[in-house]
Design a protein. Sequence first.
Length: 188
Amino acid sequence: MSSFSNSQDQENLEPTVTLTDANGRSLPCYVEHSLEVEGAEYMLLLPVDYPIEIVVWDDDDDEEATFVEEEEVISKIFADAQAVLEEQNLKLKRTAYTLTVEGDLPPVEEQDILSVEDEEENSEIEPEEFQFLVSFYHEEQEYEIYTPLDPLLFFARKNQNGQPELLSPEEFKKIQPLLEEQMFDEME
């Protein structure tokens, strides 16, 4: 299993909500933490299923990985990715904000970990680590599918209709000090 838990470990233990993107796709999430700040309810959300990333390696340099994020590219390769994941008993889902897979992940093997460092020089951010799941070809291009070893978390707030809405980067930056202060106070 991955280093964090998702649906298999938390089913029926925590409340869930659904994030919806501009395309109408949904992403079921566990409410990891909720708090009220200045009259608004904020939530820290963890997807129910495992998030995945599709990576393509640059032809000239096997050291440069690019995450596939363009909708049209994902649409072209989705069926192939879905088929190879099904061979691993994983169901690929086209969810809001991230692709996800449902099922049991294989055990993490040290040689299957991809570390991605922040491209900014002198960055103090730890490299992100991803577990390799499977590779496939589409039109003679090789793609690899990974899942992050650390949980993918979303910050959201409830709107007037009581539905969660993802915070924009600007909103998050504005509210982050207040959220951190209140979460720290609640953990003491």
